[in-house]
Every structure is written in structure tokens, then in C-alpha cells.
Design a protein around this ligand. Structure first.
Ligand SMILES: C=CC1=C(C)c2cc3[nH]c(cc4nc(cc5[nH]c(cc1n2)c(C)c5CCC(=O)O)C(CCC(=O)O)=C4C)c(C)c3C=C
Ligand code: FES
Ligand SMILES: [Fe+2]
Length: 427
């Protein structure tokens, strides 16, 4: 159930200790019983040296995501950064030659797509809204770490990671003064090509702007911790489930239970899947939790969209799936974008204007994206609150590299964020 004012909702509980506050906050998002307990800690982040009686804040809450071009003029730069990213599209020694070539060729086509969704990606607007709303809630439920200051760091669009880092330093974090920052991935499910890439970029700029020291050195640089995945957070699951229920309610009572729920996530190249990437399993975990919350009211499938280029990608593809079901006479379908937290060209263009339009049947619909959803923003606050309370530097899972990983960048950035002593498979 959505909570309009978290403090009013928790008023029954004594707010005198942080543990009572923790359970009260989790209570409003979901039932406490279903909340999976976090596993043992990785590195413990040392408290920022401050007067023991005052708040340990300010705390910088940095929302990391890929970003998108806000105008069609920004599409060229967006794509050239994207195709230059060897964590996303590894082109080997030819990267600096092929990257600009492919992005230049692709720009006009992708510009048309952004023009068709209103002239740009709404991801910046939503990220800024979500992060600032979350920080308002955190200021109320976590006064120990207040004030919480929202930042956005995009991998391929403005505000870029380096701009965010420069702003942090300007705002008095680091630069000899210490301070705490939380890198909060906005990809619920971890992939080395998405969250991994953003963390590698963050580590690169940390090294360039603050030197090579460890994450916990006493020289007054920023102490970072990471929220690296949250695929089954009950508030996330609840927000998805409510949006699905709202769309199911638009069908007649007679047809409703036979509507097929088609969860759709951005696909991955099979080379990334076979390297051992955790994303497919984590996406499946989100889907299963949402279905459990819906009491398996409808039949469902998970399918994969937006593959790019000629290599093999994880399937079945969303567009084929819709076509095949419609051909079989199953014309009541609800598409659910399950791996991204706001609208973007893959929902507004690929799903709405291609897949659904081409299906040519009014029974093929899409669940709304999370965007400004209150239940979702409260879930973000709950995830951040628990992280701040836990003292963890990141999840245990982050310390294990993919079995096929050969990347020096992954190694170095994990050494930094996870802490040397907690890395499990570093060689
Ligand atoms: C969880 C989400 C995403 C994963 C995983 C992901 C992997 C991935 N993507 C590419 C290549 C491209 N992606 C592009 C755009 C794009 N990708 C995602 C999300 C994920 N990508 C989104 C939300 C967007 C759109 C951004 C917006 O509009 O807001 C593009 C650019 C568009 C195009 O040229 O088609 C490319 C290219 C790869 C190779 C990959 C896995 C390795
Ligand atoms: S590619 Fe997964 S840890 Fe490096
Ligand atoms: Fe993508």
C-alpha cells in the first residue's frame, strides 16, 4: 500500500531507535515477513568523523543510470559515448575506430525514434524527480545521516559521471574534507554491462579527481558505498504488481484471467550471458516475485527486447513473442517493462509504436512504467535506508567476478568498491 507520509504512517511505532525506525519503514512498503534478510556484510564503511552527538550527514545519494538524450541534437553524442564503452560493446583494438563509425551511421535512425516520442528521453526528468523525492523521505526517516543530497550520474548523457563528481567536490564532499556518498544503481537487476559499467566509470573519475587511494583511506577523500542490485525488493515488486493490476482491470471480468502477462526486459548478447552475467537470473527473480504477489492469477512469460547488431542475443524476442501469440489467437496480452524504472525509447517507441501498433489488436496493451509512482519512490527510500543502516560497502555478490571476466577495469574497480580483503575471485 502506498504511504503518502512515511512519518504519519510510522507514528504508532516509537521512533526513538534506528532499529524501530527500520522495521516501521519496511512495514509500510510490504509485509516484514516477506522481506529477505541481507546476507553478511562485505566491508564496513567507517563512520565519517564528526561530532558524535550530531548527524553523520550530509550524505550524497548518487543515482546511476545510462541516461538518454534529452533532445534529438544530443543523440549523436549519446551514441558515440555508448559505442565507445568497452564494458557494454567490446570492440577490442578497433573500438576507437569502429565506435564513432557505427554511432555516426546509427544517429539519424535513432534521432527519428526520439523525435517520435516527443523529442528526447524522459530519463533525466524522472531520475531527478525520483532522487529528490527519495531524499525528502530519507531526511525524515534517517535523521542520523541527513541531510541527503540527490545527485544523478549518467553513463552516456548529461549529467555525466565526471560532472556529478566535480559537483560533489564543489559541494564540499571529499577534497580533504571526507564525506559519505552512496552510489545507488537505478538498474534493479545487476549486469556488468550496465551497473558494472557505471561503477567502472565512477571508479575511473574517483581515481582521476581524488587520486588512487583506497575507499577508506584517511586522507579526506569521499567514502563510497554501493547499492548494486535490488531485484526482489518488496516495494519494487508491489509497484510493478499494482501497475499490472491497473491494466488488467481494463479487460472485462470474463476475459481478465486469460490475459497473458508478457514481462519484457532489455536483452543481452549471448557472449555476455555465457561470461556469467547475473542479469538474466535477477530479471527472472523479479518476474517470479511479481507473479507470487499476484498469486499467479494469469499465465505469463519473460521475453527479451531491443537486441542490436548481428550477434546472438538472449531470446525469445518480445516482438516475435507478441506476433506468435496473436497468430495463435491469444490477442489479450499485457506487456510489462521489468528491467527499467522509467520510460525511454524502448517503452515509448519500441513497445508502444512498434510492437503494440504492429500487433493491430486492442487487447495488446502495456503496463505503465514506474516513473513517478509513489510506492516505487518509497521503495527506493526503504532500500537506501536499509543500506545506510547496514554499514555495508556493497552486496556480497559484488565481490565475485564473472567466471569469464578478463577485464582489468572490473578487477580494479571491484578492488576499490568491495575492498581488497573481500574480493572472492579476483584472479
Ligand atoms: C537493463 C537495461 C539495459 C541493458 C541490460 C542493456 C544492455 C545493452 N544495451 C546495448 C546497446 C544499446 N542500448 C541502447 C539504448 C538503451 N538501452 C537501455 C537499457 C539497457 N541496455 C535503454 C533504457 C536504452 C534507451 C535509453 C533511453 O532512451 O532513455 C542503445 C541506443 C539505442 C540504439 O542505438 O538502438 C544501444 C546501442 C547493448 C549492446 C547491451 C548489452 C551488452
Ligand atoms: S565482466 Fe562481470 S565481473 Fe567483469
Ligand atoms: Fe541497451
Amino acid at each position: 500500500m502506498a504511504l503518502r507520509n512515511p512519518i504519519s504512517h510510522v507514528c504508532k511505532h516509537a521512533l526513538s531507535s534506528s532499529s524501530s525506525r527500520a522495521s516501521a519503514v519496511s512495514h509500510f512498503v510490504c509485509s516484514r515477513q516477506s522481506m529477505p534478510r541481507r546476507r553478511a556484510m562485505a566491508t564496513v564503511v567507517p563512520p565519517v568523523t564528526q561530532d558524535a552527538t550530531s548527524s553523520k550527514g550530509p550524505t550524497a545519494m548518487v543515482f546511476m543510470n545510462m541516461g538518454g538524450p534529452s533532445t534529438t541534437d544530443e543523440v549523436g553524442d549519446f551514441l558515440s559515448r555508448l559505442f565507445a564503452d568497452a564494458d557494454l560493446i567490446p570492440l577490442g583494438r578497433l573500438q576507437s575506430y569502429l565506435g564513432p563509425l557505427i554511432s555516426r551511421r546509427r544517429t539519424p535512425k535513432i534521432q527519428k525514434q526520439y523525435a517520435a516520442i516527443g523529442g528526447g528521453s524522459p530519463i533525466r526528468k524522472w531520475s531527478e524527480y525520483q532522487s529528490s523525492e527519495m531524499c525528502k523521505i530519507l531526511d525524515q526517516i534517517s535523521p542520523e545521516t541527513a541531510p541527503h543530497k540527490p545527485y544523478v550520474a549518467f553513463r552516456y548523457a548529461n549529467p555525466l559521471t565526471e560532472d556529478m563528481y566535480a559537483q560533489l567536490l564543489k559541494d564540499g564532499f571529499g577534497g580533504g574534507k571526507g564525506g559519505r556518498a552512496v552510489a545507488f544503481t537505478q538498474y534493479p537487476q545487476y549486469s556488468c554491462s550496465t551497473t558494472g559499467s557505471s561503477l567502472n566509470e565512477l571508479w575511473k573519475w574517483r581515481t582521476r579527481l581524488e587520486g588512487k587511494g583506497s575507499n577508506t583511506d584517511p586522507s579526506g577523500s569521499i567514502t563510497w558505498s554501493v547499492i548494486d542490485r535490488w531485484p526482489v525488493h518488496p516495494g519494487l515488486v508491489e509497484a510493478f504488481a499494482q501497475n499490472i493490476e491497473a491494466q488488467l482491470a481494463t479487460y472485462t471480468p470474463e476475459t481478465r484471467k486469460d490475459v497473458v502477462l508478457l514481462f519484457s526486459a532489455h536483452s543481452l548478447p549471448m557472449s555476455v550471458v555465457n561470461r556469467g552475467d547475473t542479469y538474466p537470473a535477477e530479471v527472472a527473480a523479479t518476474v517470479y516475485n511479481v507473479m507470487q504477489r499476484l498469486k499467479f492469477s494469469n499465465p505469463y512469460r519473460l521475453c527479451w527486447q531491443s537486441q542490436v547488431g548481428p550477434s546472438a542475443w538472449l531470446g525469445a524476442q518480445t516482438s516475435d513473442t507478441v506476433q506468435e501469440y496473436v497468430k495463435k489467437g491469444q490477442t489479450d496480452l499485457v506487456l510489462i517493462p521489468i528491467a527499467f524504472t522509467s520510460d525511454h525509447i524502448e517503452t515509448l517507441y519500441e513497445l508502444d509504436q512498434e510492437v503494440i501498433h504492429e500487433a493491430g489488436h486492442p487487447g495488446v496493451k502495456r503496463a505503465e512504467s514506474l516513473n513517478g509512482n509513489r510506492v516505487f519512490i518509497e521503495a527506493l527510500a526503504d532500500i537506501a535506508f536499509k543500506h545506510l543502516q547496514s554499514g555495508e560497502s556493497c552486496s556480497r555478490q559484488m565481490g565475485l567476478r564473472c567466471q569469464g571476466c578478463k577485464s582489468e577495469r572490473c578487477l580494479e574497480s571491484k578492488r576499490f568498491f568491495v575492498g581488497q580483503e573481500n574480493l572472492l575471485a579476483v584472479r
